[in-house]
Design a protein around this ligand. Structure first.
Ligand code: CO
Length: 398
């Protein structure tokens, strides 16, 4: 069924237009935010009442000269910009559109205003109107602060808990230079009906303290995980780890097997060549990210972490040391007795599929699953394909 979510209007001064329209309807409040990834400032005037069928209005104004909205204003001037249809899954809607021969303007959903995940269709294919397909996502609850001390550094970690405390515990670990908000948030909501979900931001990542005087190391990260389990009084949990979080999950299962009931490791790699470390280090280069497309990636990272430039510099040093530790990681994987689901995206643009196969072969008790049609980034992964095998594997321990 067609569900019109909002109408997008482009303006040179969206704030002034939002004030004007809000005054017209009796001074209603509206939400404003910068959507860094799209280079726009957005002001959203909600529908008449919560749950009312009337669509919201989204007033957008460019914050970057090379953004799509800036080009639109230059060509067409202010006015009606897009029509947004609400969908339950941005990926599924995108694939349906592609199968009907419509051109989708990106190869994966992007973050939109209000935490939405959006894709746009080429206006020439949709009657001259730019159509946005948007999926609403839930925000994280407020973080609980977990005290943590390591190597003389003291501070607190941010941990987000979802789901009933009576459910079996499940820990979610994000990747290097990532955070719960950008990577494991949607998964946390999807799994909350089945588990007591605890999603952690690693030291120096997301909303956790910086612990700036300690170098990033596997010990630091794995110990932060153990401290979190202790803080919540969880003796034994299932653990999901994405990318580097997967390596940390394996490490925890190796050093403290009694604490880990089951594992899911998604998009992780234990065999690091010099070339691979170099490729990853290049992705973490702060100056390159600052210079990319009008500073938009940098603005998004600025919002996600307390000190993203420090985080990326420390992660780069950590990654460059990984090839030296490949033998250690292999030996560790071979000794992990915890039943593990190894999962990978079939179009992973960071690690080859073989990385998952190798890991699957080395782990004594592993199963393998492949998520079709998605790349490395977990924030953009089709959860419709990942959640069923993951839940089936994890619930087997209950
Ligand atoms: Co929109």
């Amino acid at each position: 069924m067609l569900s019109l979510d909002h109408l997008g209007l482009a303006a040179d001064d969206a704030n002034a237009l939002a004030d004007l329209l809000a005054a017209l309807v009796g001074g209603r409040r509206y939400e404003s935010e910068i959507v860094a990834e799209q280079g726009v400032a957005a002001h959203v005037l909600p529908a008449a009442a919560p749950g009312a069928p009337a669509p919201a209005l989204e007033l957008v104004e460019p914050t970057a000269p090379d953004s799509a909205v800036a080009r639109f204003l230059e060509k067409r001037g202010p006015g009606m910009h897009h029509l947004a249809l609400r969908v339950s899954s941005a990926e599924a809607a995108m694939w349906r559109a592609e199968e009907q021969g419509l051109r989708v303007l990106s190869d994966e959903p992007h973050p939109g205003a209000g935490g939405k995940r959006v894709v746009f269709l080429h206006p020439e294919d949709t009657g001259g109107v730019l159509v946005e397909l948007c999926e609403h996502t839930d925000p994280l609850p407020e973080a609980e602060r977990v005290p943590f001390a390591h190597d003389g550094a003291n501070g607190t970690l941010a941990a987000y808990t979802l789901g009933s405390a009576a459910n079996p515990p499940l820990l979610l670990l994000h990747g290097a230079a990532g955070c719960t908000e950008r990577e494991t948030r949607r998964l946390a909501h999807r799994l909350a009906p089945h588990f007591r979900v605890v999603a952690l931001d690693f030291p120096g990542h997301g909303a956790s303290d910086l612990f700036e005087n300690v170098d990033f190391s596997s010990t630091l990260f794995a110990e932060s995980v153990r401290a979190t389990l202790d803080h919540f009084g969880i003796e034994r949990a299932a653990v999901f780890g994405f990318s580097m979080g997967g390596n940390m999950a394996l490490r925890l299962a190796h050093h403290h097997p009694e604490r880990v009931a089951r594992l899911v490791v998604h998009g992780a790699c234990i065999d690091w060549s010099e070339t691979q470390a170099e490729q990853m280090a290049v992705r973490l280069d702060v100056r390159t990210l600052q210079e990319q497309s009008g500073g938009r990636p940098a603005a998004a990272l600025e919002a996600a972490h307390r000190d993203w430039t420090g985080l990326f510099a420390r992660t780069e040093r950590f990654v460059r040391a990984l090839p030296l530790r490949t033998d250690e990681m292999r030996a560790m994987a071979e000794a992990v007795e915890v039943p593990t689901l190894v999962s990978t995206a079939d179009r992973d643009d960071l690690f080859p599929l073989e990385a998952a196969f190798t890991l699957h072969r080395r782990l004594p008790k592993a199963r393998l699953t492949v998520v079709p049609g998605t790349r490395h980034a977990l924030g953009q992964t089709d959860l419709g394909a990942l959640v069923p095998p993951l839940t089936r594997h994890l619930l087997a321990y209950v």
